[in-house]
Design a binder for this molecule. Structure first.
Ligand code: NAD
Length: 410
């Protein structure tokens, strides 16, 4: 099998989340890693002895053996690293948010097009199978027209260990930048992509964390289809509790969350040490994401997504999708065989591989990512200016996306 040779820039928590997915893919060869922390590079080398390590992103991009890069560096570096990689002739997958401004996103798109490389805006929950299955059910027309989309999340995102840049909204910190893309991308995928406007408010009410930990947004598609998204990351109530099997599948228990809050208030929390524990080779690396990568779905960071059609409501079930229709509730399984949820995290790499090796279209290209970023930025603008923001950079999802995926329950 033709292998695609990948290098990772920024081997942090987000990077650690994708490495197990790469490990399971015969089509991917991880050939290099770049990070500014030597300990991280040493641990990466320990796990991948064949891979080259670099203290600079530029050196990794200059490595002729690297064909594509996975960029999971801090948000403020997404644009410079993506442009650097494209200029070196590498294909790019960039973590969410794609960038921190529309100007940066436009430059990334331009760099990819000029260098004739693929730029994939990736790693949002819109790529997971149940969401893609919901899109297929909607498109089948079996339950009539799509009438409403609602996605609500209650997470403990604000209590997890954070670096200084993550606590600075000007560097892409906070719930709107970091969590908005998951829900926006999903709304756009299910609703076809073409949003018209957004009205939102953000919230910030924990003085130890000077970034927004909340947003609520109302969006309307060109067609008139309404959508709401909400994320509360303060971790008092956890959405995982909303499913009977979710109580013990959270990043932190309620007791741990209370202890973290107390330590933050007292100024005694070792945030740097805790963050390092969940990065590659850290003592909690494996266990940390247990709750969010279980085979059994729980409303983790993205929360509950409910699509309402003329004759059904669709939402995620433990292993697939509940279809609440006229005949009652059906549970259509999709992924029980997926032991760790890891398989679902391969989607971006599969899409990139198919584009590079088989010449297939890249569905989540730079323009798609820029459209999601536009909504994310518009939410924050709407909150500041207290008005509806009209959108100008939206792109549709191609109707052929997932053409080979069977429609669940058909
Ligand atoms: N999609 C997801 O589910 C998900 C989950 C977690 C994080 N992320 C994304 O990953 C990115 C990083 O967040 P994180 O939580 O992993 O933070 P992190 O601090 O753990 O990771 C960032 C890594 O980049 C390294 N780095 C910093 N500057 C660099 C540079 N100039 N060149 C190379 N490496 C550099 C850091 O040393 C660190 O190892 C963010 O964009 C975030 O949105 C995505």
């Amino acid at each position: 099998m033709r292998k695609l040779r990948i290098g990772m820039i920024g081997i942090g928590v987000g990077g650690a989340e994708i490495l197990p997915a790469m490990d399971t893919m015969e089509s991917i060869e991880l050939v290099a890693g770049a990070d500014v922390v030597q300990t991280t590079l040493d641990r990466f080398k320990g796990r991948y002895p064949e891979a080259k390590t670099y203290l600079s992103a530029q050196d990794l991009c200059d490595d002729p053996n690297v064909e594509a890069v996975w960029i999971s560096s801090p948000n403020r570096f997404h644009a410079p690293h993506a442009i650097m990689a494209a200029n070196a002739g590498k294909h790019v997958v960039v973590e969410k948010p794609m960038a921190t401004s529309l100007g940066e996103a436009a430059s990334m798109v331009e760099a990819a097009e000029r260098n004739r490389v693929h730029l994939l805006a990736g790693h949002t929950r819109a790529f997971i199978r149940p969401i893609r299955g919901m899109r297929k059910i909607i498109a089948s027309g079996k339950y009539g027209e799509l009438r409403a989309l609602n996605i609500w999340s209650f997470s403990d995102w604000m209590l997890r260990p954070r670096t200084p840049d993550e606590l600075d909204v000007n560097q892409g910190g906070g719930i709107p930048y970091r969590q908005g893309p998951h829900q926006i991308d999903t709304v756009r995928l299910l609703g076809g992509g073409m949003l018209r406007s957004v009205r939102a408010q953000t919230g910030q009410w924990m003085k130890e964390r000077s970034i927004p930990g909340y947003y609520a947004a109302f969006m309307e598609f060109e067609s008139g289809l309404p959508a709401t998204i909400v994320h509360n990351g303060y971790g008092y109530f956890s959405g995982a509790e909303l499913v009977p099997w979710g109580e013990d599948k959270q990043v932190y228990t309620a007791g741990q969350r209370a202890a973290i809050r107390a330590a933050l208030r007292a100024g005694t929390r070792d945030e740097t040490g805790e963050k390092q524990q969940i990065r590659i080779g850290g003592s909690r690396e494996k266990e940390y994401f247990t709750g969010v990568s279980q085979a059994a779905w729980v409303p983790e960071d993205m929360g509950f997504a409910i699509a309402s059609l003329d004759r059904a409501d669709l939402r995620q079930s433990k292993y697939g999708i509940y279809i609440h229709g006229d005949e009652g509730k059906r549970d259509v399984e999709i992924d029980r065989g997926n032991e760790t949820g890891v398989v679902q995290r391969r989607a971006e790499l599969e899409e990139l591989y198919d584009a590079v090796v088989h010449g297939k279209p890249l569905w989540h290209d730079g323009r798609w990512g820029m459209a999601t970023l536009e909504v994310c930025l518009a939410m924050m603008q709407s909150a500041r200016e207290r008005r509806e923001i009209m959108l100008a950079h939206q792109t549709p999802m191609h109707p052929d996306y997932d053409a080979d995926l069977p429609t669940p329950g058909a």
